[in-house]
Ligand binder design. Structure first.
Ligand code: BMA
Length: 872
């Protein structure tokens, strides 16, 4: 019989295909439901269903050796529990970090009391699922050891059927200090395994499968925390349950996508069941299986006709389908799992050429330039990162025209929330495995632990369309090739051979093997960057590149134009966070450079010195601390402008630009564009233009003026480009208007002219070149080019006029000045991106409109909380 479900299936996909007739089909399908007399596919009774619920428990914690217990929060960490109980001061304040190191050296007990309802107790199997235990944890239920955990990244499951009580249950968890657990291991290690991030004499971070940044990083404090950092669930079932449900796209054509659903069903005995696969609530496929006792891997191939593809931010809709699968036995549903899935094809194309080989993302057949950043965990105490914070970060990435984030290997495999948001917003994820900047052991216990960690996380993340690739580690290979550790740590040839052998075992065998087995088809890249023993010039020719000649190498910003690789996965420059962020961790008396508190909040060994050195090159260094903060941010913005424009101009040679680093894990001076409180630095505002779909980029090189148009749009367009050489009072010396074609998905040199003769008539400190591109009467892109650094420019003192306007409930600030203004900073203590633009320049006479996303913008102005500050 052709079931009514098959009819649903046809309807579902026609509605999807032809968006003009959904009302008709909706009405038609409703009528079908009413008149065909068939049962709704989801109207099953609930009798034997698998129960999957969060554990409801009352938690407390205490220090080992102490009796007094305090209320605890799960998910949580010991530091945040201590803080909530007012037992420690704020770890981020002042120099408290130093005083609180004892917490990481201590063992901690967590205790939960809970009762389970009859519905759970009646089931044949009851399991506790710990989604995250940080890290060395012995878990006991009513006195029986049920889990011995040693990896923060793994999911730990315990069958508690035989231990669970009908009355109250007592769960205890002893968290042992990683420092204590691994001390012996560290001492017995025949050769040192470097971990320069690890700010302790006894470096155990490489042995500990725990987020490396928690041992300290060059932007993060050392807080070796512990706790139940992810939720605990109770799962109860009778004879069978779905362990896992995953989808894989096999082939996409214009009219069809061929997919395969894989379902892992755990069964108590040999028996017959039916699997049903739904798209939304419409049945797609129904198949009967004979299960055997144990784990059954079942698959259902299926088609989606006229699929809506998943696209990245800027290119189209990141279309998501909701698929679900259920197990039906004797006419009753026993378990169900759902997921959202995007249909898309994605390859990382490495095509050899005369220089090396390409490295780019091809999405649905289209080469896409990756614009984005490196993402680090948003807090040292991970459970504090709320849904709202995840939402804000990903929405910010979207607003900044990003289409890729790299989840860096010294942090964590992120929460589901993060990937869900990336799926929804068209942000691809470059996913590192959690290894960074160190060498790792190669013994079988360590490798088995990592293997299980990789399986857990690959299985958890593989259904996300946002997942572009897996990468073995961050900078382990380059550390081996170029950081001189062999010499520094006096490795014998035998030690060296062993370390490298272990490297290959882990990153060239184990991890790619897991990806191949559990996520076949997804690209695996062993290390970021992969290999270039000869240095940056070589690194630029193939694969991805971390360019740190600027900052670490103290090269001028112009070096960004020279070292442009095939895919820039790291480069960056530090700046100070806003004054209000500094005020949150530094008392009045410490708000100067460089007080002990300020020093404690820049973890780079020479951070302040490097900032100053670069500032002296390009800017007049302000004496006033508040101005210094702003100028440090402008400096960062200028450096990043040089880098990003060079990367984008160089496409298709270069096909990605991910700066270091999107966010912060505490209030700190770092490379981020957005600080711990979500406050935007000048650079982040600038990114709106730097990553905009269309960029106009003028450069003066080899005595030529060159103007490039870079577009990520897939369609060509026409526009008018105006290039004007003028002085800061608006006097125009030379201009050119061109009718140009805005190229599709590439970079094009639009205009090139020998310019030396023109320039020689003018004082380079008194002129600038303004380019604007106008399409259909609206400004598509604009940019300025200077012929001297900011400090040399002879800028007139501006008088900025501004007025506030309210239109349809929105507040707009209109600003103008009769002369050129190099930077206008709009300062507001809680500037989380509330201005539509900031730290911008204004041409003489230009009227600049800025939208302010603040309910009481007018009163904030009146009270002087929003300030307009010209810098010249
Ligand atoms: C990169 C990263 C991080 C580091 C950053 C800044 O190499 O991979 O390890 O924090 O540089 O130094």
């Amino acid at each position: 019989m052709e079931s009514c479900d098959k009819k649903y299936r046809k309807i579902f996909f026609r509605v999807n295909r032809n968006r003009n007739v959904p009302v008709f089909w909706l009405v038609f399908s409703l009528l079908l439901v009413v008149f065909s007399g068939c049962r709704h596919p989801l109207s099953e009774t609930k009798d034997h269903r698998v129960i999957h619920v969060p554990l409801q428990a009352k938690w407390s914690f205490h220090q080992d050796g102490h009796k007094k217990a305090y209320p605890a929060q799960v998910p949580g960490t010991v530091h945040t529990d201590l803080l909530r109980n007012k037992l420690i001061p704020d770890p981020f304040y002042g120099t408290n970090e130093t005083r609180l190191q004892w917490i990481g050296k201590t063992d901690w007990w967590y205790k939960a009391r809970f009762r389970l309802p009859d519905s759970i107790l009646e089931r044949k199997h009851i399991e506790l699922v710990f989604k995250g235990l940080d890290t060395y944890a012995a878990v006991r239920l009513n006195g029986h050891l049920i889990v011995k955990a040693d990896n923060m990244f793994r999911t730990w499951k315990a069958d508690i059927t035989q231990w669970v009580s009908r009355k109250e249950n007592i769960l205890t968890i002893l968290f042992r200090s990683p420092l204590e657990v691994n001390k012996k291991r560290f001492e017995e290690q025949p050769y040192p395994l470097p971990a320069d991030n690890d700010r302790s004499k006894i470096k155990v971070s490489v042995f500990t499968r725990k987020a490396a940044y928690q041992f300290g990083w060059d932007w993060g404090p050392r807080f070796v925390t512990c706790g139940v950092w992810r939720p605990v669930d109770v799962v109860a079932w009778n004879d069978e349950k779905i362990n896992d449900f995953s989808l894989r796209t096999q082939k996409i054509t214009k009219t069809n996508a061929r997919l395969n659903a894989q379902v892992e069903v755990l069964a108590d005995q040999d028996e017959n069941i039916t699997l049903r696969l739904f798209a939304e609530k419409y049945l797609l496929e129904k198949k009967s299986f004979s299960l055997h006792k144990g784990i059954n891997r079942l698959s259902i191939p299926f088609n989606v006709r006229h699929p809506h593809l998943w696209w990245t931010n800027g290119l189209g809709k990141p279309y998501l389908y909701r698929f679900s699968v259920d197990v039906v036995k004797n006419g009753k549903r026993v378990d169900k799992k759902s997921l959202r899935y995007g249909i898309r094809s994605l390859q990382i194309v490495q095509k050899p050429d005369s220089a090396g080989s390409s490295f780019y993302v091809k999405l649905n057949g289209v080469p896409v330039f990756m614009k984005g950043a490196n993402y680090i965990p948003q807090d040292n105490f991970l459970p504090r990162v709320s849904r709202e914070k995840y939402r804000e970060v990903i929405h910010t990435a979207k607003r900044l025209h990003m289409n890729m984030l790299r989840v860096w290997g010294g942090g964590i495999y992120e929460n589901d929330e993060f990937y869900n948001l990336c799926d929804e917003n068209g942000i691809l994820v470059w996913q590192d495995f959690m290894f960074a900047c160190s060498f790792y052991p190669g013994d079988s216990a360590f490798l088995n632990n990592v293997k299980q960690e990789a399986i857990d996380n690959v299985k958890r993340l593989r259904n996300h369309p946002c997942l572009a690739l897996w990468c073995g580690n961050n900078e382990v290979r380059v550390a081996w090739d170029r950081w001189g550790y062999q010499k520094k740590y006096h490795y014998s040839p035998a030690d060296s051979a062993k370390i490298f052998h272990d490297y290959l075992k882990l990153f060239h065998q184990l991890l790619p093997g897991i990806v191949h087995q559990y996520d076949s088809g997804r690209f695996y890249w062993p290390s970021s960057p992969n290999s270039a023993p000869k240095g940056w010039a070589q690194e630029a020719l193939t694969g991805d590149m971390h360019y740190w000649g600027v900052w670490w190498g103290r090269q001028p910003f112009s070096a960004y134009e020279k070292y442009v690789g095939r895919f820039m996965s790291e480069y960056g420059f530090q700046s100070l966070p806003d004054y209000s962020t500094i005020a949150a961790f530094a008392p009045d008396t410490s708000r100067y450079l460089v007080s002990p508190v300020m020093r404690a909040h820049n973890k780079h060994p020479a951070g302040y010195e490097i900032i100053r050195q670069y500032m002296e090159r390009d800017f007049r260094v302000p004496k006033n601390f508040k101005r210094y903060i702003v100028v440090s941010q402008l400096l960062q913005a200028e450096g990043m402008k040089t880098a990003i424009e060079a990367h984008r101009r160089a496409r298709p040679w270069c096909m990605g630009s991910l700066y270091w680093q999107l966010d912060d894990c505490w209030p700190v001076v770092s490379w981020s564009g957005m600080d711990y409180y979500g406050r935007w630095k000048a650079f982040q505002y600038r990114l709106q233009k730097l990553f905009a779909p269309v960029l106009v980029s003028p450069v003066y090189e080899q005595k030529h003026l060159k103007v490039y148009l870079v577009s990520d749009r897939l369609q060509e367009g026409r526009a008018r480009m105006k290039i004007v050489l003028e002085d800061f009072y608006g006097k125009k010396f030379w201009q050119k208007t061109l009718h140009v074609s805005v190229p599709a998905n590439t970079s094009r040199l639009i205009y090139s002219k020998s310019f030396e003769k023109i320039l020689q008539h003018y004082d380079k400190n008194k002129i600038f070149l303004h380019v604007e591109v106008v399409q259909d009467d609206s400004l598509l892109a604009e940019n300025n080019l200077f012929f001297a650094p900011p400090k040399a420019l002879v800028l007139p003192k501006p008088k900025i006029k501004y007025t506030l306007h309210k239109i349809h409930g929105q507040t707009f600030l209109l600003l103008s000045a009769p002369v050129f203004v190099k930077y206008v900073a709009l300062l507001y203590p809680d500037d989380t991106g509330i201005f539509s633009d900031n730290y911008f320049s204004m041409s003489p006479g230009q009227v600049k409109t800025v939208r302010i996303d603040l309910k009481d913008a007018e009163s904030q102005f009146k009270q002087g909380k929003i300030k307009v500050m010209p810098l010249y």
